[in-house]
Design a protein around this ligand. Structure first.
Ligand SMILES: [Zn+2]
Length: 309
């Protein structure tokens, strides 16, 4: 534990990055962080999950055994109704729990061929699986339009993408960590009745794929960002976000109840300085696991408030 506290320092958000307030009474759009690159997006007419990963086995367990979802441990963290689970890529820290959530709620599971292969292996009915080709897709979900945007995976492991390749056929489950191949990466752009949202769950991008897109709110993956040249500068120049929320900066080897700790080398202070330079008018918000970010349906997304869930 002393070792993990030294390697994974506690995440202590600054007060100016948690604009506290009360839950709005008028219709609004809500975002809640589930740890790692996982988020819940709730609008008046849709509930969408991005990359929900909640089982979070220990590092030793992850390295030594097949990985099994443990929904009894984390089910209360999720909303009761879920319309879609959208996957940016199929590494275990994004995909492991998604088929279980789809099976229990009837939600669509939307992602690459590899994501679809894992969903089929878990027994998710074909009618709930949306297999997205490498060139992306636009999928309507309730009052939202979900666009999967071709992207790249950050080179997070000594300058490389871990576990590359695709899973074309249903794998045997439970599978070991290395069976969860990356399978191609997508950014997730969502048009809602309020602010537009872009989830960049891994720290790289394809500039040309983002031409013409705007995001009021940018969920920006930080793990391994230094390996991508001018990562934050390029992403913010293309999307012109009003609100920037970091994601995938926390250690994911202990239950959510243990609180957020940072991955080694994340350098949040450096991230704040980079955003101040590249997107000086954007508001940076760093929620904890217990926060809900509530955004107005009309007007500037910077008018968001953060309140307990
Ligand atoms: Zn990954």
């Amino acid at each position: 534990m002393i070792f993990s506290r030294a390697v994974f320092p506690a995440f202590r958000p600054r007060a100016e990055h948690r604009p506290t307030g009360t839950r709005p009474t008028s219709p609004h759009v809500r975002l809640r962080w589930l740890g790692t690159a996982g988020h819940v997006l709730e609008t008046p007419g849709a509930t969408i999950l991005f990359d929900p990963f909640l089982t979070r086995p220990s590092l030793a367990r992850t390295a030594s055994r097949p990985l099994e979802p443990a929904p009894e441990r984390w089910w209360p963290w999720l909303p009761t109704r879920i319309d879609a689970v959208v996957l940016g890529h199929s590494h275990y820290d994004h995909l492991l729990d998604a088929p279980t959530i789809a099976l229990r709620t009837g939600a669509l599971i939307i992602g690459s061929r590899s994501t679809a292969s894992f969903a089929r292996a878990a027994g998710v009915p074909e009618g709930q699986i949306v297999e997205v080709p490498p060139q992306g897709a636009l999928v309507p979900v309730g009052d939202c339009a979900v666009r999967l945007v071709p992207s790249l995976h950050g080179r997070v492991a000594l300058g490389r993408v871990p576990f590359p390749g695709e899973v074309r056929d249903a794998p045997a489950l439970p599978a070991r960590v290395h069976a969860y191949r990356m399978g191609g990466a997508f950014g997730i752009h969502v048009t809602t009745p309020g602010p537009t949202v872009y989830h960049n769950g891994s720290a790289d991008l394809v500039d040309a794929e983002l031409a013409g897109l705007h995001a009021d709110v940018l969920l920006v993956g930080l793990a391994g960002r230094r390996a991508t040249t001018r990562y934050l500068e390029r992403l913010t120049a293309l999307l012109s976000p009003r609100v920037v929320i970091p994601t995938h900066h926390d250690a994911f080897f202990a239950p959510l109840e243990a609180g957020a700790r940072l991955l080694p080398g994340i350098d949040l202070d450096g991230f704040f300085r980079e955003i101040a330079r590249s997107a000086p008018r954007a508001r940076v918000v760093t929620p904890t696991y217990d926060d809900v970010c509530a955004m107005p349906l009309a007007g500037d997304a910077r008018g968001l408030t953060v309140h307990p869930r």
